[in-house]
Design a protein around this ligand. Structure first.
Ligand code: RFL
Length: 392
């Protein structure tokens, strides 16, 4: 009753890994706590980096993305000093983003996994992972009606996010845990309104950051920096649009297409990294390995990158009994994770109104302005920005 690889979680990490393994003839099982409808409707990421699109395309997983996703190659900064645009598609390595809502990607990945004959249990929560020190690890799970299930396998892939059971299964003291609370909170909004600019708009304002991210021709994501602990329902639609208009300086830079707010959530900018991202026969992928603040839209892209690296390593281990790549998995991924973390951290400082005492705010605001000015005027800096912005 075993599967070669037991995958916990059907987000981008687990589903890309599962599809790549099936393609290589490796048998796997994906176990997901939520229902299929739930994961297919969960709106989160949208900006897919060039490497993500390559992985999906090479593995026959990009039909929906290429048909309905939109190519984006520029972002705009709206500041007190003026508006400037970076056409990152012509800078750095010349890579672009594809904008495709994460829930649509997940929908496609589930369909592909099932079409390839994959076994996927929805509404089944993994409650325990055991035997990681040996070569017959085992998961215990509970279905919605309370039935207990057990499955053993050769390897476990922990793709269940930051609060999943995989992280909890790693004994204290066997890894280093790096974490940071960036002290910044976003009210994350989905508006039923067409985008108001070509793709991304970052508004830097003394009242706080406001962001505009195109999603589909009729839906746009907006972000508003708010105090920690803010109530997502605290502001009416009218109040939200008033604040967006103010921070995005519509009087100077053009009006926003307004519409009803479909969804409101609150996201605290937090990051963490586990090191190593492996324990015994379990490997962590995506948010389970490292949570990254969404400031630079890296989370889903890191998840797909790691899934590809792990798939290749598992195929070598199971096909040719060669564990060299598996043993290197952590060392291969961690420098890329840290590079993404560094860029994301830099973006947080670029975009957000600083906090602290009065002196500190004045000083940090000066640095923020200098940072924006360098980005606006230095081609070398723009190339570096573009490489990090679209790359992983
Ligand atoms: P996911 O997508 O959270 O999937 C984990 C899955 O595991 C399930 N699970 C369990 N299943 C069984 N048993 C258990 N015990 C389980 N515990 C959990 C969960 O139900 C879930 O289905 O993690 P994964 O696959 O690692 O993917 C990570 C991405 O989802 C995440 O990094 C991104 O959404 C982050 N992110 C963005 N990333 C980008 O690359 N580009 C973006 O534009 C972007 N925008 C965002 C974002 C995240 C956001 N939020 C909500 C934090 C915007 C926002 C607002």
């Amino acid at each position: 009753d075993g599967a070669a690889v037991l995958i916990i979680g059907a987000g981008p990490a687990g589903l890309v890994l599962g599809n790549l393994l099936l393609d290589a003839g490796v048998d796997c099982l994906v176990v997901e706590r939520q229902s299929r409808e739930h994961v297919e409707r969960r709106a989160r990421a949208g900006f897919l980096a060039a490497n993500t699109v390559r992985v999906l395309t090479e593995n026959g997983l990009a039909d929906g993305l290429l048909a309905r996703g939109q190519r984006h190659d520029a972002c705009a900064f709206l500041t007190e000093q003026g508006r400037f645009e970076l056409k990152y598609g012509t800078l750095g390595r010349g890579e672009v983003h594809h904008v495709y809502p994460q829930q649509d990607l997940v929908t496609d990945l589930v369909a592909q996994f099932l079409a390839r004959g994959g076994e996927l249990w929805f509404e089944t929560e993994v409650t325990e992972v055991t035997g990681l020190d040996g070569d017959r690890p085992c998961i215990t799970a509970r279905t919605a009606d309370g039935t207990a299930l057990r499955r053993s396998g050769r390897y476990v892939a922990g793709c269940d996010g930051r609060h999943g059971v995989s992280r909890r299964a790693i004994p204290e003291g066997t890894y280093r845990y790096h974490r940071r609370d960036h002290g910044v909170t976003w009210l994350a909004l989905l508006a039923e309104a067409p985008p108001s600019m070509s793709a991304i708009g970052y508004a830097v304002h003394e009242r706080g950051f406001a962001g505009h991210m195109a999603r589909t021709p009729s839906v746009t994501r907006y972000y508003l920096q708010r105090p920690k602990g803010t109530d997502p329902q605290g502001w009416s639609d009218e109040r939200i649009w008033e604040e967006l208009n103010l921070r995005m300086r519509v009087d100077r830079f053009g009006a926003l297409n307004e519409g009803p707010i479909l969804e409101r959530g609150v996201v605290d900018m937090q990051s963490d990294v586990l090191d190593p991202i492996r324990y015994g026969s379990m490997y962590l992928v995506g948010d389970a390995a490292s949570l990254i603040s969404p400031a630079a839209a890296k989370g889903a892209n890191l998840a797909v990158m790691e899934a590809e690296i792990l798939a290749r390593a598992l195929v070598a281990a199971l096909g040719s009994h060669d564990e060299t790549l598996l043993d290197r998995y952590s060392a291969d991924c961690l420098p890329r994770i840290w590079r993404a973390q560094e860029f994301s951290h830099w973006m947080i400082n670029l975009l957000h109104a600083p906090s602290g005492d009065d002196d500190e705010v004045v000083f940090l605001s000066g640095l923020q302005l200098a940072r924006l000015e360098t980005l606006r005027t230095s081609r070398a800096h723009q190339d570096c920005f573009a490489e990090n912005y679209v790359g992983v």
